[in-house]
Design a protein around this ligand. Structure first.
Ligand SMILES: N[C@@H](CCC(=O)N[C@@H](CS)C(=O)NCC(=O)O)C(=O)O
Length: 226
């Protein structure tokens, strides 16, 4: 059996969807957690990648998935691999493409919004968050709501009949959104126009294996994003 280690920060972002998918998919892994509030360890790791001192597959960003000593970077590549290995990536190639459409759209929203809010100065955060919410968040999630509505009336999952990594990415993403963007929306309900998405998020968070994952991590997962 292969030995896996996930190398990622102590934040519930891209790498967290992978940890969740591995746990739910029954892939045992060693969780190497790197501090995001004290970046000393990561800066040293990154510098040695930049210096060309590290093995192939380690790119200058996290997550990294280590499999029997070999490394894979890019969260999308990693989660697709986990999806193919566990059945969490759709049951045929068309479904897998749909899963990726949803996953990649949500991943884009990390770059287009959450990263910008995170990087903004404290006094600029409300403006950056509100512009992102009124712009990309509403339009992209409007599209995701429509996609969801076409699959069993939006009463199941994003794609097909079973949970996929698109649903897990939704859960993880909205967790970050609620921490970083929602507090700047002056009491507005960000989910008012996307009721199916809201209900899906609730269903995913109540999925027994998802609940078990968070229960087991409760004391480990120090959230440092704000
Ligand atoms: N396209 C890459 C982006 C990875 C990325 O931006 N990772 C962030 C954390 S989510 C990171 O490593 N930040 C620290 C740095 O860039 O030094 C992926 O999806 O893996």
């Amino acid at each position: 059996m292969s030995k896996y280690t996930m190398h990622y920060f102590d934040v519930p972002a891209r790498g967290e969807a992978i940890r969740l998918a591995m746990f739910i998919g029954g892939i045992e892994f060693n969780d190497r957690v790197i501090s995001f509030s004290d970046l000393k360890e990561w800066k040293a790791m990154k510098q040695s990648v930049i210096n060309g001192e590290e093995c192939a597959g380690k790119l200058p960003f996290l997550p990294w998935l280590e499999k029997d000593g070999a490394y894979l970077s890019q969260s999308g590549a990693i989660i697709r691999y986990i999806g193919r290995s566990t059945g969490l990536g759709g049951s045929n190639s068309w479904e897998t493409a749909q899963v990726d459409m949803v996953y990649d759209t949500i991943d884009d929203l990390i770059t287009l919004g959450l990263s910008k809010v995170y990087r903004a100065k404290s006094e600029d955060k409300p403006k950056v968050a509100q512009e992102f919410f009124e712009g990309e968040f509403k339009s992209y999630f409007g599209g995701l709501e429509k996609i969801l509505a076409t699959n069993h009336g939006g009463k199941g999952f994003f794609v097909g009949k079973t949970l996929t990594y698109a649903d897990l990415m939704l859960l993880v993403y909205l967790g970050m959104f609620d921490m970083m963007v929602a507090p700047h929306l002056k009491g507005k309900d960000p989910y008012k126009t996307i009721p199916l998405v809201r209900a899906l998020r609730d269903r995913v968070s109540n999925f027994p294996k998802v609940k078990q994952y968070y229960l087991e991590k409760e004391n480990n997962n120090k959230l440092t994003l704000s």
